[in-house]
Each structure stands twice: as C-alpha cells, then as structure tokens.
Ligand binder design. Sequence first.
Ligand code: HEC
Length: 240
Amino acid sequence: MKTAFGITLLLFSFAASAVDPVKPLLDTDVDIFDTDSVRRGAGFFANYCMGCHSAKQIRYSRIAKDLELSEDTMRREFMFGNVKIHDYLETAMSKEDGENAFGVAPPDLSLVVRAKGGDWVYSYLKGFYTDPKRPFGVNNLVSPDVAMPNVLWELQGTQEPVIKKINGADAVIDVRLVKKGEMPPKEFDQALTDIVNFLAYVSEPSKLQRLPLGKYVILFLVVLAVIMYRLKKEYWKNIH
Ligand code: HEC
C-alpha cells in the first residue's frame, strides 16, 4: 500500500515537472562571514539600489561596526547626500513617487533574503530579459511582469528569452546573454553574490555575533561535562 502511494506521488512529481515551464532557481552560496563580499555588496546596494529601495531595519553605524569600516570610508563609499551615521538606510524615493513611476512602490529590502531566500534574490537579479511589451522594456524569468527595471544592465549586458511552445502557447523557459556588458559573466555573477550576501547580512545582522558565540557556548558545555564527570567519579569513589 505504502509503495503504491509512493509510486503515485513520484508519478505526480514527474508530471508536475514536465509541465512546469520555469527552470529551477539558480544556486548561490550565501556566506555572510565573507566580509569582503558583504562590503562589496554594500557598495553595490548603495550605488544601484538605494535610489528606489530602503533597508530600514539597519543603521549605517551598525554596518560600519560589523564590517569594520571607518566613518570616512562609509561616507566615501556608501553614504550619499545628507545622511548621518546613525540613520537607517532610507531611500530618497517616497512611496507615492514609487507608485507613480512603477505602479507599485519598491519594497523595503531589509528582510527579503529571509522571506524569499538567497537563491530567489540571486535568480531574480539575474533573470531580466528583453520584452518590448513591458513599460521598461524588460521582463523577468523569476517574477513575470515585474515592475522593476533591470538596473544592472550596464554591468550585465542584454539577455533575451529562450522561448518554447508548451501546450500550444509560447513560454519563456530560460534566458541567454546576447550582448556583453561591462563585466565578464563570472564577475557579474560574483557581484550578484555580493549583493545577496549583503542583503542576507542585513536580514539578520546579529548572526555575525551569534554564530561564533555558539561555538564558545558548545565548547563551554563540553568542558563543563568533563568536569562534572570527574567530580561524579570523585564523589562515588569511596561509596563503591
Ligand atoms: C528604479 C527603481 C529601482 C531600483 C534602482 C531597484 N529596484 Fe528593485 N524593485 C523596484 C520595484 C518597482 C520593485 C517591485 C517589483 C514588482 O513588484 O513587480 C522592485 C522589487 C525588487 C525585489 C523583489 C522584492 C519582493 O519581495 O518581491 C528585489 C529583491 C529587488 N527589487 C532588489 C533590488 C536590488 C538588489 C537592486 C539594486 C541592485 C534594486 N532592486 C534596484 C524598483 C527598483
């Protein structure tokens, strides 16, 4: 009975993957302990994203402390306009302006990696392709009919859709690079990983302290266990 159920499930999953036109998400290794990468990601975020998006859960001062950056470096590379070191990462774009320009206000990105996962954000940023029917001339493999323009196109170049007929209708099943951008593809992928690492860090900054702390806690418990065991032996020695 169990086997029959298992086989049915298996068949269903095959059937589902056969009709699902969208390719699986791309893989990226999120590593918030790669400080150089997180720093570069912060730079990309400040230069390419904060015109529209905020990350209101974090302050510049926290980033400076966690990434070991001086206030001077912060000012030079990440803090533009009239912002102070204890300010949160706010965007200059108001909700109304965002709605007027894009139909939907660009969301705050503080928690996006926790909500959707690093692979999703990576695939999304890499998934833009030319589509003359859309207001900004681009569509997105992961987020169809997206309202965001491809802000990284200069670095990435131009991607076109790979179209396949599925049940008589055209479906976009993949994208391919047709015109190179300023960055070679590998370098661009690294830039996206940097951005995802930065957003992963922003979504849970205390992880930087918590995970190393966890190791000490475990070490402490091991040492404690050894001491307790010795003590126990000592106490029981005369009783036996
Ligand atoms: C010109 C304005 C603009 C810029 C610059 C911009 N975005 Fe966006 N972004 C948007 C809009 C508008 C949306 C909403 C898209 C939608 O709902 O279809 C969006 C959505 C997103 C989402 C999806 C969020 C979700 O929860 O669905 C992510 C992730 C994102 N942007 C990341 C970035 C990153 C990273 C950058 C910088 C590299 C960036 N954006 C730069 C306008 C912008």
